[in-house]
Design a protein around this ligand. Structure first.
Ligand SMILES: C[S@@+](CC[C@H](N)C(=O)[O-])C[C@H]1O[C@@H](n2cnc3c(N)ncnc32)[C@H](O)[C@@H]1O
Length: 237
């Protein structure tokens, strides 16, 4: 997807980006490519793939949502949180990412793009949740863990009545079936499911409403990040 096709696809979905925002996306791409030479940030390094797989995929799920605060759990190189921040600068975005070197990259992007009200938290979601229960209008995550675990990590951060948004791929239906006990335990209700076809494949976004308080023993401890068996990186390949 070219830059022009990206802008057109956004407009077709009601998302109008001005020239300054397009320049922020270009600068972000330059930084991604430059920093990726010295650290592992992303397997997607072709700018034409970045426009679609990273930027369009990150922002489409948020079109039309009325939210003021968003936490992105396991943001990695900033997805979907930074594209959301560029597109809707009025949203206060918090990026949660335990790997310190990725956080250094995120700080560099924040500075270069002059992003305000963007917080970068170098913590695991389980640690971050200790001080941020019931805090956000919406909590999102892409390519971090299978749904049942992901919901345990994200739901405690959402306000009662708030949203949990899981950006998933074609396996979403099976993950959803397996996550039924987690949904009940976490007082989450599936609100809607959207299906988008990108040239790279099918993308399925799941939206849950948090209907009651998360039980006190969530999130649970999932072990060391380096041994984390649950990262879903299929989308990155
Ligand atoms: C495959 S990457 C995906 C990054 C980004 N969300 C994307 O879609 O490109 C998964 C990220 O989740 C982070 N992660 C893994 N376990 C986590 C946890 N328990 N809490 C917060 N982040 C976690 C990893 O450090 C890694 O940066």
């Amino acid at each position: 997807m070219t830059e022009h096709e990206f802008r057109t696809a956004c407009a077709e979905n009601g998302i109008l980006l001005d020239d300054a925002q397009m320049q922020q996306f270009r600068t972000y791409t330059d930084l991604l490519i430059e920093w990726n030479r010295k650290m592992n940030l992303t397997a997607i390094t072709d700018p034409e793939q970045i426009w679609e797989k990273h930027y369009l995929d990150s922002i489409l799920p948020f079109s039309g949502l009325d939210i003021h605060t968003l936490a992105d759990v396991g943001t990695g190189a900033g997805f979907p949180g930074i594209p959301v921040k560029i597109t809707w600068p009025q949203i206060r975005v918090t990026l949660v990412e335990p790997l310190k070197k990725r956080c250094r990259f995120l700080e560099a992007v924040k500075e270069a793009l002059h992003l305000e009200d963007l917080e970068i938290c170098p913590e695991r979601a389980e640690e971050f949740a200790a001080g941020h229960r019931d805090a956000f209008d919406a909590v999102c995550s892409r390519a971090v863990a299978r749904l049942s675990i992901l919901l345990e990590l994200t739901a405690p951060l959402a306000k009662p009545g708030g949203l949990v948004i899981a950006l998933k791929g074609p396996g979403a239906a099976a993950e959803l079936r397996a996550a039924a006990p987690a949904l009940e335990a976490l007082h989450l209700k599936l609100l809607k499911e959207t299906d988008t076809s990108l040239s790279a494949g099918e993308r399925v976004n799941l939206y849950f409403e948090k209907q009651g308080p998360t039980p006190a023993d969530y999130p649970r401890n999932f072990g060391q990040i380096k041994k984390h068996p649950l990262e879903d990186t299929t989308w990155q390949k």
